[in-house]
Design a protein around this ligand. Sequence first.
Ligand code: CTP
Length: 407
Amino acid sequence: MEISRLQRRRILLGVTGSIAAYKSAELIRRLRQAGAEVQVVMTPAAARFVTPLTLQALSGRPVRRDLFDVAAEAAMGHIELARWADWILIAPASADFLARLRIGRADDLLATLCLASEAPVILVPAMNRAMWRHPATRDNVAVLEGRGVEIWGPASGAQACGEEGPGRMLEPAEIVGRLQALGKAPLLGGVKVMITAGPTREAVDPVRFLSNRSSGRMGYALAQAAREAGAEVTLVSGPVSLEPPSGVEVIRVESAQQMYRQVMARVGRCDIFIGAAAVADYTPIRPAVAKLKKDQARITLELVRTPDILAAVAAASPRPFTVGFAAETERLHEYARAKLDRKRLDMIAANRVGPGRGFETEDNALWVLWPGGERDLGRASKRELARRLIELISERYGQESRAENSG
Ligand code: CTP
C-alpha cells in the first residue's frame, strides 16, 4: 500500500457556520486515519451546527473557538497556532466566511489565523446555490483565487434547503484525496525560474519585421510545468498567440534587444534560467523610420548580431542554473555538446528540427546534455516533455546547489 502523504502533516481545520458542518466529523476521522494531525478551529456559528465536543473527541485535541480564551492562548497562542499549520483547510467554508476572508477581517480566531499564517489556505465552500451564484460571492471567490487561495468545489446536487444546484460541500473522501495529491513535496517549491519563449521580431520598417516560426509552445509548457512544480515563474515572451499559464508573471517583448534587457534586469533574482526562445541572431542595422517603398529593383538589408541572451546569463555573476536549447538539423549531439561548452551552460536540451519537426508542432523529442552526462527524454507532447525536463532540471539543480553548499 502506498504510504500516506498526510503522515504527520499538520492540518488546521476551520469549520464555519453551514449545515455541512456535520460532514467535518467524518473529514476529521479520515484525516486522522491518513496520519495527519488535526487542530480544529470553529467559528461561533459553526458551534450551532455541530458540537465542539464531537470534533474534539475525533481530532484528539481541544477545539479552539475563541480569540480571547486565556487558558488556550497560554497553551498555544494564536500566532503559534498560525505557524504550526502546514495547511489551513476550511471545510465547510460559508459565504460569510469567504466575504470576511476577502476583506481580511480578523474578527474571530479563524479569520485571524488565516491572516497571520503563511500556510496555504484551502476553502471548501458549502452554501445555498443562490448564495454561491450571487455576484458578491463570485467576486469574493475571484479575488481569493487571485491571491492564491485554493477553492475546492462546491459540488452540484440536492441541497439541505431542498433546492438543487451548486453549493454542496465536497465529500470528505474527495477532500482527503485532493490533500494527498498536494502532499507531494513540490520539486521546485520557492525556487525562482525565468524562462524565455517564442520568437522575436526585428523591425525592418514600421510595418515589417524579420521573425521565425517558433510558436512559443515549449516555453509556455515549461512555464506551466515549473509553476506546477511549485516554482515562482517569470516568462519573458516574444509575440505568440498562446494564453499564459495562470500564476505566472509574463513580460511581453518584441525584439531580441528588448528580451535581453528584460532578462538581464532580472537575472540576479533568479535561481534557474531556461532559454527556450528562438531569439533572432541578426537584426536590421537601422530600421527605416518610414515604410519602405518598392521603388528599386533590388535592395540590401544590412543586419547586425543581436546580443546572445543565454550566453550573457551564463556569464553573469552570480549566475543562475542556466539551461539552453539547441535546435539542429544535423549532427545533433556534436553541435549541442559544443554549444553547452561554448556558452558555459549547466544543461542543454537538443532537438532535431526540419520539415514537420520541432517548430509549430505539438510533439517534440528532446535529448538533454550536461557536463558529464546526458539523458534521452524521448518523444512526447510538448506538455509532457516540459514536465520531464523540469523534473530533470530540478534533479540537477538540487545536486549542484547541494554540492555548492557543502563545498
Ligand atoms: N539564444 C539567446 N539569445 C540569442 C540567440 C540564442 O538566448 N541571441 C538562446 C536560445 O534561446 C537557445 C540557444 O540560445 O536557448 C540557442 O543557441 P544558438 O547558439 O542561438 O543556436 P543557433 O541559433 O541554432 O546557433 P547556431 O549558430 O549554432 O546555428
